[in-house]
Design a protein around this ligand. Structure first.
Ligand code: UDP
Length: 327
């Protein structure tokens, strides 16, 4: 199995779970955002998706039969200021991957998509058939690639499962791998960095949303539960299921203020916050229906409550306050 982006936050957890489940894994990552130390299993290849020769050689040398494709740029804000890079890396380089797969006779792929494909939802919980109107370039690139996969299935018989993640959070129970972005933009790591005194306060982006406390509501899902879904998807593809698309969330929403108060409970002290303006492109409420993947693939989250998710993230951040940098 080839895992692109296997040195990233979600990818490293996918690699760990695949290895535990006994799969042979080849990790392919250019380390532009990922961390070599995060790869805890499999064979590591330092390579870029644009390098067709190396991709081909890797697929042939390792007898790859399924690809789990997570390599992508993931910052919403950066996608708006630098769309060229996002279309290049998330779409054009993804096409190189697909074309190389077809050349090598590899016809199964699990794709890491995003709730960002939906944009502002008409109703929650969001089901897979809801309208897709991304509000940022990142979401557009994910939606475009989903369309490419459908076309490649029709034309070339490529089978895919797209997993639309809601808000990935938490860290592996070992406390050895976790979230480490530079710059960090995700709520839970920022809250915990504030708890560690690395930031003076958390800025709450928007307190005038039409929600119970005025702050945005998101569906936080543990990264190891996401990782397990990739294994189920890859195994289903190997068993010959048709192509499909699934949401992945916990089906419960938490506001920014609720996240802060759960984090205060986990760390045992107050976390300073400041109220700030809205961040452009943020929908008020994003909550998944994950009924389809529960039904079709038997997926069940192990971490159903936010406190356990935040506690696992705290284990990582408190033990590795400077992320992978300090080893
Ligand atoms: N958020 C916030 N302050 C921060 C970072 C995030 O208030 O410093 C809010 C953000 O506006 C959103 C929620 O926290 O409503 C989750 O944001 P994150 O960037 O973690 O994930 P996203 O929902 O954008 O994928």
């Amino acid at each position: 199995m080839l895992v692109t982006g296997g040195a990233g936050y979600i990818g490293s957890h996918v690699v760990k779970e695949l290895t535990i489940a006994g799969h042979d894994v080849v990790v392919y990552d250019n380390l532009s955002k990922g961390h070599r130390e995060a790869v805890r299993g499999g064979t590591f290849i330092h390579g870029d998706l644009a390098d067709k020769g190396l991709l081909r050689e890797t697929m042939r040398a390792h007898g790859v039969d399924v690809v789990v494709h997570l390599a992508a740029d993931t910052s919403v804000a950066e996608s708006m200021s630098n769309p060229a890079v996002y279309y290049q890396n998330n779409v054009v380089n993804g096409l190189t991957l697909l074309d190389t797969m077809l050349e090598c006779g590899v016809k199964r792929i699990v794709f890491s998509s995003s709730a960002a494909v939906y944009g502002e939802p008409e109703k929650v919980p969001i089901t897979e058939d809801a309208s897709k109107r991304p509000t940022n370039v990142y979401g557009e690139t994910k939606l475009v690639f989903e369309g490419i996969l459908a076309a490649y299935d029709r034309a070339y018989g490529l089978k895919y499962i797209s997993l639309r993640y809601f808000n990935a959070a938490g860290a592996d129970e070992s406390g050895e791998i976790g979230e480490d972005h530079n710059p960090e933009t995700q709520l839970i790591p920022i809250v915990l960095q504030t708890a560690l005194g690395q930031r003076p306060y958390l800025e709450i982006y928007g307190t005038d949303y039409p929600t119970r406390d005025g702050t945005c509501i998101r569906d936080y899902i543990h990264v190891s539960d996401l990782a397990v879904a990739h294994i189920l998807a890859a195994e289903a593809l190997m068993n010959g299921v048709p192509s499909n698309v699934y949401n992945l969330g916990n089906e419960s929403g938490h506001s920014v203020r609720e996240v802060v108060s759960v984090a205060e409970k986990v760390v045992g002290h107050k976390i300073p916050v400041r109220e700030a303006g809205r961040r452009p492109g943020d929908p008020a409420v994003l909550v998944a229906s994950s009924e389809k993947i529960r039904r079709d693939l038997g997926w069940r989250p192990r971490y159903a409550n936010l406190e356990d998710i935040v506690a696992s993230a705290w284990k990582w951040h408190s033990r590795h306050p400077r992320g992978y940098e300090a080893g």
